[in-house]
Write a protein that binds this ligand. Structure first.
Ligand SMILES: Nc1ncnc2c1ncn2[C@@H]1O[C@H](COP(=O)(O)OP(=O)(O)OP(=O)(O)O)[C@@H](O)[C@H]1O
Ligand SMILES: [Mg+2]
Length: 277
């Protein structure tokens, strides 16, 4: 194992269902998550991204292959690898502050004073100081996502795993969140796995991008993103970014088209689409 490898997935496979209904969702997937880097995972809709997240976080166990975190097999959920989901998981009856301290309080693994100052500093970092005592419903969509981030950050996980954390936000808020998250990552380097279906989001945030195949998910390509840091969204207009995008789009399009093949109902669509392209 290389010192810079935090998580390693080796030939991981996962199926769901029994007998004739058995469906392979992840097949022979191998990848490495590097320390203090943001590894983005992109793939066609329904290809198995959230299943990979569940495997990384220990919510599901692989049928075959191995997943290790700092050299130790992942055998169940742990605060070392925490997931920020697409849907908000904030508790509606708790304030921002109470939501942030909820996990550590429940586990009782942080002295009270230490927890209070850590929570306050993290709430500051995500820009919610004035909303410390508000309930989730009193926060905007973007603020809720930031509160969610704070809730994960307080645990100082070895790996932050994000499953399309900005999906469902309106375009403007999503851009603001991307800028915010970019700054956060650049200020305090952190090992990150970031699943997204938005290629541009992956390009601007990531150090490397794993492009997945259609279901069953395996790695189609690893792209190293060498845009300089600190980054800003304008860099998406650069020739380099455009080239990354073109290349990844080509693969994603190929893979997405595969999901339409083999079904009668979609053959007309496929033909029409190919003629247009
Ligand atoms: N616990 C489960 N039991 C049975 N099937 C499952 C389970 N979890 C996932 N699947 C199947 O795995 C496939 C991939 O689902 P998954 O949610 O991982 O894809 P995804 O890439 O995250 O999709 P999306 O782009 O919609 O977020 C789906 O066909 C789904 O039905
Ligand atoms: Mg998903």
């Amino acid at each position: 194992m290389n010192q810079s490898d935090v998580m390693i997935l080796e030939n991981v496979s996962k199926s769901f269902g029994e007998d004739w209904a058995r469906e392979s969702v992840v097949e022979n997937l191998s990848l490495t998550v590097k320390r203090d880097q943001l590894t983005a995972i992109v793939g066609p809709s329904g290809c198995g991204k959230s299943t990979i997240v569940n495997l990384l976080a220990g919510f599901e166990l692989p049928d075959e292959g191995r997943i290790t975190l700092e050299g130790k097999p992942v055998s169940g959920p742990s605060k070392d690898s925490l997931v920020v989901f697409q849907e908000t998981a904030l508790m509606p009856w708790l304030t921002t502050y109470q939501n942030v301290v909820f996990g550590p309080q429940l586990r009782g693994d942080m002295p009270k004073n230490e927890l209070k100052s850590a929570a306050e500093s993290i709430i500051d970092t995500v820009g919610l100081r004035e909303f410390r005592d508000k309930y989730p419903l009193q926060l905007s969509g973007g603020m809720q996502r930031r509160a969610e981030l704070a809730r994960a950050l307080i645990n100082q996980p070895l790996v932050m795993i994000m499953d399309e954390p900005f999906r469902g936000l309106d375009a403007m808020t999503r851009q603001l969140m991307q800028e915010f998250y970019l700054r956060l990552c650049e200020q305090e380097a952190r090992t990150n796995v970031f699943v997204t279906s938005e290629l541009e989001e992956a390009i601007i945030l990531a150090d490397s991008i794993v492009v997945l195949s259609n279901k069953p998910a395996s790695v189609r390509e690893m792209l190293q993103i060498d845009l300089p840091r600190p980054r800003n969204l304008d860099m998406l207009n650069s020739t380099e970014a455009y080239e990354y995008k073109r290349h990844a789009m080509e693969i994603l399009h190929e893979e997405a088209m595969k999901s339409f093949k083999g079904t009668d109902t979609n053959s007309d669509f496929l033909e029409a689409y190919s003629r247009r392209a």
